[in-house]
Ligand binder design. Structure first.
Ligand code: HEC
Length: 282
């Protein structure tokens, strides 16, 4: 009786898990998806095939690249985007000294209070501050950007399918809408303040192309600052802000796999040892 009860309970959990995992699929099957606009289906592109030093199980950060990416962020993206999960002091992890971190923090203005009047007032950033938003609030951000709020970029490669290659593709993907699109789907023509970008989910993005000319940023390490290079470097930098411990995570994984293989061999050998005396008798 108890056994049947246990079986029934097990089956109940099993059925619940199976059912639960099918709900989203079942929902779209019966009620249908939001119909993506026909033009999106045809013209939307998957991220370009681009490789980064931190790809794959043996990848690692390229500190020079991360520093170049920070420069692109500071001189271009920071005009609109914050990195509110990242404090200046964590820049020491990508090779900056304490004095350099202080200097970088001080280039930014963070919200503060005037000590004499108590009025809200900006002050130079400190290493303990986070990369601030350039706007006082979302209303100001939307007003300055044709009603679209520039999202915080701290976790962007994790928040979008495609990760760093998506950001790279988005930054290098601005182009004129293809003639075929305008012919077939005139309604997909970018509206006022929107720009055609086939890597963006609905093809029309409110962000104007932020990287447009080679040499827009001057790199300290002599690397040529082509648009392609700047896009790659800032995508790498944002991958670091999104998961600064990515490399440690991969290394820890290796240690564990190594340990588990070792433990398996050990278990096998000890099983052999324990049973060796008995085996001979049959
Ligand atoms: C002039 C302001 C401005 C600048 C400069 C700018 N952006 Fe944006 N960005 C925006 C706005 C506005 C949006 C929201 C677009 C939308 O939702 O249509 C956005 C959206 C994004 C997105 C999100 C796209 C998505 O999938 O939702 C990413 C990633 C991004 N920007 C990266 C960058 C990077 C990297 C830089 C610097 C190289 C940069 N931006 C510079 C205004 C800006």
């Amino acid at each position: 009786m108890i056994r049947i009860g246990a079986l029934a309970l097990g089956f109940f959990f099993f059925a619940t898990v199976i059912f639960w995992s099918f709900i989203p699929g079942a929902y779209t099957h019966f009620f249908g998806e939001h119909p993506p606009k026909a033009a999106e289906k045809v013209f939307h592109l998957e991220p370009k095939d681009v490789s980064f030093s931190f790809d794959g199980p043996f990848g690692s950060w390229d500190a020079q690249q991360l520093q170049r990416g920070l420069k692109v962020y500071k001189e271009t993206c920071a005009a609109c985007h914050s990195l509110e999960q990242v404090s200046f002091r964590s820049l020491s992890e990508i090779g900056y000294t304490e004095a350099e971190v202080k200097a970088i923090a001080a280039e930014f203005t963070v919200p503060g209070v005037n000590p004499d009047t108590g009025e809200a007032e900006g002050r130079p950033g400190l290493p303990t501050d986070k990369f601030p938003s350039p706007y006082a609030n979302d209303i100001a951000a939307a007003a300055a950007n044709n009603n679209a709020i520039p999202p915080d970029l701290s976790l962007m490669p994790k928040a979008r399918k495609g990760g760093a290659p998506y950001i790279y593709s988005l930054l290098t993907g601005y182009q004129d809408p293809p003639a075929e699109l305008l012919q077939k789907y005139p309604e997909a023509k970018p509206g006022p303040g929107l720009n055609y970008n086939p890597y963006f989910k609905n093809l029309n993005i409110a962000m104007v192309a932020p990287l447009t000319v080679d040499g827009q940023v001057t790199y300290d390490d002599g690397t040529e600052a082509t648009v392609d290079q700047m896009a790659k470097d800032v995508s790498a930098f944002l991958s670091w802000t999104a998961e600064p411990t990515m490399i440690e995570r991969k290394r820890t994984g290796f240690w564990w796999i190594g340990f588990l293989i070792f433990a398996t061999i050990l278990a096998y050998l000890s099983k052999k040892q324990v049973w060796s005396s008995i085996k001979g008798k049959d």
